[in-house]
Design a protein around this ligand. Structure first.
Ligand code: NAD
Length: 389
């Protein structure tokens, strides 16, 4: 089987789906790997490095002729670049990448209409045996780190306490809202930089993890028993719950120099945790990094990829922090993709068996049909009868 690594065309995307180190084991396993010329350049991997690892360097047309395409961004995740790629897909061709399947079901349906076999990496189940394929974790981890650096560089003060002959500087107060993968790394990074860190999450199970990083867990007198869904994700709660949450968070937000917002609910609009009124109670010069800006934002007023200043508070809404550290995010993504691909091959790619949980959960389109139940639902299609899906 011929596997091609595509060059990303999405504006600002500097990651690549496979780095040279991940090519060699695939070639050794019997796959033919080709890489679109220049695909890895922005991630520190020139064509020669891929050649040395056993890959062929090809044009975009030649790459699209392969049996299996590997991408960082496909379907909805590729935004305005998707139609051009979509029109090149052919029946039976396998496409693997991040697809934004739950929010962009229509783009996935277009891949199905082209007859492609589509695997969405965001749908890799959060189970132990799939941990090395988990792109959400590998990318969110580095995004959380970058978010704190961004805040530190924007804040008109330093993060650590410093005692000098010229006086003592008190540490900055950093509040992290949402302590999943990105949030926990944001906490760890802010701690390393010497800030006084506290964090809040709607899932009570997170408290111990926050405390083990040396941060304070903010406890709100609000019933969160039903807040955790299957797979460890947060569930969407009613507006009444969110209103109460905001009311209770007001004081701790006002008291913070930096707020890093990471709260998400899979496939839904991000919950609003910080209102304009809460922003206006923060000290001028404070910084909010809203990592949920792409999903509507945790902070009212944040705009995707823009800097907004409200009452002296700077609100940043970065939407692609992983692309800012492309060498490492590509290295980790490549490991995820290579492990996933090897798994699919073991399961009989292109006709993978759906008895396997990882194949079952990630397969979105096959044989001209959208086959993933949740994606079908989002695309307004009825469940498929008798397919086991
Ligand atoms: P995510 O990106 O979907 O959400 C980020 C965080 O926001 C979550 O911790 C969530 O609880 C929180 N959140 C949502 N609504 C909130 C609100 N109103 N207020 C405060 N916080 C709110 O989550 P994620 O980082 O992808 O992690 C989801 C879960 O998956 C976690 O339990 C994580 O530990 C688990 N996980 C498991 C594995 C594995 O076992 N292989 C791997 C990675 C993550």
């Amino acid at each position: 089987m011929k596997v091609a690594v595509l060059k990303e065309t999405f504006p600002g995307e500097r990651r690549v789906a496979l780095v040279p180190a991940a090519v060699a084991p695939l070639v050794k396993s019997g796959l033919e790997v080709v890489v679109e010329s220049g695909a890895g350049l922005a991630a520190g991997s020139p064509d020669e490095a891929y050649r040395a690892a056993g890959a062929g360097i090809v044009s975009r047309d030649e790459a699209f002729a392969a049996d299996c395409l590997l991408a960082v961004r496909a379907c909805g995740a590729a935004g305005g670049c998707w139609p051009a790629d979509r029109d090149r897909l052919r029946p039976g061709q396998v496409l693997i990448g991040m697809c934004d399947p739950l929010s962009s079901a229509d783009a996935c349906r277009e891949a199905a209409d082209r007859g492609a076999t589509l695997f969405a990496l965001e749908l890799v189940p959060r189970i132990t045996r799939a941990q090395s394929m988990d792109v959400l974790s590998s990318q969110a981890n580095i995004a959380g780190y970058r978010a704190v650096l961004l805040a530190a560089n924007t804040l008109p003060r330093i993060l650590p306490m410093m005692t000098t002959a010229a006086g003592t500087v008190t540490p900055a107060k950093v509040l992290v809202l949402g302590a999943g993968v990105a949030g926990l790394q944001a906490i760890a990074t802010a701690k390393r930089l010497g800030a006084q860190v506290s964090a809040y999450d709607v899932r009570p199970a997170v408290k111990e993890q926050v405390q083990s990083l040396g941060a304070r867990f903010v406890e709100l007198p609000i019933e969160t028993g039903a807040a955790e869904a299957a797979g460890g994700y947060a569930k969407a709660m009613g507006e009444e719950f969110y209103a109460r949450q905001r009311e209770l968070l007001g004081k701790v937000v006002a008291d913070s120099d930096v707020v890093v917002c990471t709260a998400l609910i899979p496939g839904q609009r991000a919950p609003v945790l910080v209102t304009r009124e809460m922003v206006s109670r923060m000290k001028p010069g404070s910084v909010i990094v809203d990592m949920a800006a792409e999903r509507g934002g945790n902070c009212e007023g944040s705009q995707p990829d823009e800097t907004v200043v409200i009452d002296g508070v700077t609100i940043l809404g970065p939407t692609n922090l992983p692309a800012e550290a492309p060498i490492h995010t590509s290295q980790l993504y490549a490991k995820n993709v290579a492990t996933f691909l090897a798994h699919l091959v073991k399961c009989g790619l292109p006709d993978v068996s759906l008895d396997d949980e990882i194949c079952h959960d990630t397969l979105v389109a096959r044989g001209g049909e959208l086959v993933h139940p949740k994606v079908r639902e989002r695309a307004g299609l009825p469940p498929q009868p008798g397919t086991g899906q």
